[in-house]
Design a binder for this molecule. Structure first.
Ligand SMILES: NC(=O)c1ccc[n+]([C@@H]2O[C@H](COP(=O)([O-])OP(=O)(O)OC[C@H]3O[C@@H](n4cnc5c(N)ncnc54)[C@H](OP(=O)(O)O)[C@@H]3O)[C@@H](O)[C@H]2O)c1
Length: 321
């Protein structure tokens, strides 16, 4: 090789190392998404006037999505089970945007009642005439050990997170980091998210003749929301005993901003998480043996915390920090 080229390559090594260090410390999403957030299309330019259907709009990520979409000028369908909460979200959307009352349709919906979904979709088409983006966000997590968990809980997780989420059109699906890897206390939740990703990844490849349809999967790490409060435990309808601090989690606002950047820039898979979680995504992707070694070590601690009656995660991070 030309000695001049070798010298140039060597001179790039410090730059490469610097970029890696900065990424390891500060990144809160995969490189493509971060690049799009700096140099790509802006959500406020691309989403104005689009009709966007958000499921799980009454809380957490879906609630914040509703606010940011309203500020971008998107017309909205807000769905979840609790109509009063959806009305509250609609009210705040109207207060913080230029939308008019008729631009937001509150459409209560139980994702488990699949026989009602066709009629709900028809109601939306009748009202707005179209659906530009469907954001499959509604879902519940899990905090229980496999050996102690009823089969009914697994059934409910698959019904809600996987089967309750199928659809057609331009679709963004909120999966999770556990849709890529696995975590203790979340066997059923992780299975439902893996199923979701398998389904939509395959559907995407079937729809390559329709380049205007975007099938986009979001894999967030821990994000501030009510997800732990609402998680399934070992039996149906038993609440989570300990809900810890959310301080160590990513802000909902930042996560949702990145999701909207991803939609308008046509990104098909998004990894969104603060460090050190983001490094695990890369480890699982590129060095699975190392990743499983570390995951098993951390998982052991998580199970110990859970058995001791502590919040599995925040107890760990308090101790670690
Ligand atoms: N927060 C995180 O750390 C995190 C990380 C990775 C992935 N996620 C995913 O992000 C999505 C949103 O969760 P979140 O964190 O925002 O949690 P959240 O605050 O608990 O919100 C969950 C939403 O889902 C709705 N929902 C639950 N069961 C439903 C049902 N049967 N039918 C219709 N809607 C239902 C809830 O509304 P109602 O109670 O009114 O029905 C609520 O609006 C979920 O898919 C979750 O798996 C979250």
């Amino acid at each position: 090789m030309d000695s001049c080229l070798v010298a140039v390559l060597w001179s790039l090594v410090p730059l490469y190392v610097t970029v890696c260090v900065i990424f390891a410390v500060f990144a809160d999403a995969d490189m493509t998404l971060l690049w799009a957030s700096v140099a790509g299309q802006r959500p406020e330019r691309k989403l104005k006037g689009l009709v966007v259907w958000v499921t799980g709009a009454s809380s957490g990520i879906g609630e914040e999505l509703s606010y940011q979409l309203a500020q971008c000028g998107a017309r909205l369908i807000l769905s979840s089970r609790r109509e009063n909460e959806l009305q509250r979200v609609k009210h705040r959307c109207l207060q913080s945007s230029n939308l008019q009352d008729e631009d937001i349709l509150v459409l209560p919906l139980d994702l488990l009642e699949r026989q009602s979904h066709a009629a709900k979709t028809e109601a939306v088409i009748k009202y707005f005439g179209q659906i530009d983006v469907l954001i499959n966000n509604g879902g519940r997590s899990q905090r229980s050990l496999f050996l102690e968990t009823n089969l009914e809980v697994y059934h409910a997780l698959m019904e809600l997170n996987f089967l309750g989420t199928r659809g057609s059109g331009s679709i963004m699906t909120v999966s999770s980091v556990v849709g890529l890897a696995g975590a203790p206390l979340a066997t059923g939740y992780s299975a439902s998210k893996h199923a979701l990703q398998g389904f939509f990844n395959s559907l995407r490849t079937e729809l390559t003749d329709y380049p205007n349809i975007l099938i986009s999967t979001v894999c967030p790490g821990p994000v501030q929301s009510k997800i732990v409060d609402n998680a399934f435990t070992e039996v149906l309808d038993k609440p989570v005993p300990t809900v810890g601090s959310q301080e160590y989690k990513m802000s909902t606002r930042r996560c949702v901003h990145l999701m909207l950047v991803g939609i308008v820039n046509g990104i098909q898979e998004m990894w969104i998480a603060q460090q050190p979680f983001l490094l695990f995504y890369y480890a699982w992707q590129y060095t699975p043996t190392l990743a499983w070694f570390l995951t098993n070590k951390l998982g052991k601690k998580r199970v110990q915390n859970f058995k001791a009656g502590l919040d599995a995660d925040s107890a760990y991070f308090r101790k670690a920090s």
